[in-house]
Unconditional design. Structure first.
Lengths: 186, 298
């Protein structure tokens, strides 16, 4: 292939590599998380966040807090891509996202270490798959964000949407299930 | 400016996750190590060594039959249970991580230990052959039984080397006990001189139990599938702090008492499906007691 031919499609090819790298990295993270969760022998117990009646409730409330920040993410995220968004909005978006993802870390480690990838009911299977998808999509989004000048415009909204939807679905298949079956308390 | 931000976020998530994961391996390691010690009694182990104690609980491949296997040194025992009136007890031996058991009516079980699991085959149980898998349950197990004259019903929960027990006659006598498991020896004590000493042999626990009335009885208990166990509730009834205990046997029999100060009365029936019970028109929840729970206030 000559340099003239390559130069003929600059607008198409400049996106390809960073996007493929970001998406494949996300896929790799999702697969590794799922495989580790499946292969690691569940310990049935793990480090716990204090102040709650059980590790399950600690996780449910952490996830609920993360879901609230995720809603902030959705509201600010849909605004900052438009022109004329207030200057504070990107700051709120970044920090609500950081807080949300950090809140989920103790939860996912407990899930993976103590419980593992479960498939014994539709809810558990969906939750396990969504957990892998969520972290995979998060990694893909962060990597895309780092290279956002080289990304097509639809990438960040789509990945952000996947992260948001999967987190809300994770919350619905765990915390919401716990609250509706065992009651809302700490 | 935003180039490095996402990578820093990604990095801090990774660092936090690693910290939690490593902390977990530190915390969880002792329990795992303790549980895995008896899992692989090898052929080279000297027969005179202290008996290694391990329990495995699992199911047949079709889920119909529950399998409970106990290893004590080179001896092993097992129970197969497919619901009421179809239970088989087996005896056998352990050799190099391989367990071979037979019953009097010709049912056989061969299993091999693999880490925390045991896999194998059952032959001739109700005319059927099937594979099974079981998981080491030594960390948490419950033994339930009665004293020799049926005076007392008791349930002993074990969790690793910790044990908690409840014994009761359903009307006047009850005691909470706290103690430990050391090899195959079990020793628990409670208030007002109550105590239990026993030894584990196969699926059974034999020993002597002393109720707080000062009466001693020999007892036998056996490794029991859930919902057997110790349950308790601490509630307020008409403003009185009330503690209720239940010893539940594998067939669902419940023996329990409620104690509020000097007042004692039989415990209300417990719904074992969700742990709920009704007392004085109000609904309450009882919680299963684990072997490492504190049931006797120091």
């Amino acid at each position: 292939m000559t340099t003239e031919q390559m130069a003929a499609y600059p607008a198409r090819d400049q996106y390809a590599k960073p996007l493929v790298v970001a998406l494949l990295s996300g896929c790799a993270v999702a697969v590794v998380l799922g495989a580790y969760a499946k292969l690691h022998h569940p310990s049935r117990y793990a480090l716990d966040v204090g102040g709650f009646s059980s590790p399950l409730y600690a996780k449910a409330w952490l996830t609920t807090a993360a879901a609230v920040f995720a809603v902030v993410q959705l509201v600010t995220g849909t605004r900052i891509v438009r022109r004329g968004a207030p200057a504070w909005m990107p700051v709120v978006h970044r920090w609500s996202g950081r807080i949300a993802i950090l809140l989920t870390v103790p939860v996912i480690i407990h899930c993976i270490y103590a419980l593992g990838f479960g498939s014994y009911s539709a809810r558990v299977l969906a939750h396990s798959v969504l957990g892998c998808l969520f972290y995979g999509a998060f990694v893909a989004k962060m990597l895309s964000l780092a290279q956002r000048d080289k990304m097509p415009r639809w990438v960040l909204p789509v990945l952000g949407g996947v992260v948001f939807v999967s987190l809300i679905a994770l919350w619905a298949t765990s915390a919401l299930w716990l609250f509706t079956t065992k009651g809302v308390h700490s | 400016m935003s180039r490095r931000g996402p990578l820093i976020t990604l990095g801090s998530v990774l660092v936090l996750a690693m910290i939690f994961l490593l902390a977990n391996t530190q915390v969880a390691e002792p329990g795992k190590a303790a549980a895995s010690v008896p899992a692989t009694p090898t052929a080279t182990a000297t027969p005179t060594a202290t008996p290694l104690h391990a329990l495995y609980a699992g199911r047949s491949s079709g889920d119909q039959v529950t399998v409970a296997i106990a290893i004590n040194g080179r001896k092993a025992a097992a129970d197969l249970n497919a619901g009421q009136a179809s239970q088989v007890s087996m005896q056998g031996s352990v050799n190099g991580g391989k367990v071979t058991l037979t019953s009097q009516d010709g049912t056989g079980l061969v299993g091999s230990v693999s880490g925390q699991d045991m896999f194998g085959t059952v032959t001739g149980f109700l005319g059927q052959n099937f594979p099974f898998s079981a998981e080491q349950a030594a960390v948490e197990a419950v033994y339930t039984g009665r004293s020799s004259g049926n005076q007392l019903t008791l349930a002993v929960e074990t969790d690793g080397d910790k044990a908690a027990a409840y014994l009761c006659n359903g009307r006047t006598v009850e005691a909470w006990l706290q103690g430990s498991v050391n090899g195959n020896q079990v020793s628990l004590t409670g208030n007002k001189g109550a105590s239990l000493t026993g030894s584990l042999s196969g699926l059974d626990m034999f020993g002597t139990v002393t109720a707080n009335a000062g009466l001693s009885f020999p007892f036998s208990a056996e490794l029991s599938p859930r919902p057997a166990g110790v349950y308790q509730a601490r509630i307020a009834v008409n403003g009185l702090a009330t503690r209720i205990g239940w010893a539940v046997l594998p067939d669902g029999t419940q023996v329990g008492m409620a104690v509020a100060g000097a007042t004692r009365y039989p415990a209300p029936p417990l719904d074992l499906a969700n742990g709920s019970f009704t007392l004085g028109g109000a609904s309450f929840k009882a919680t299963p007691v684990a072997g490492n729970d504190t049931v006797v206030s120091p």
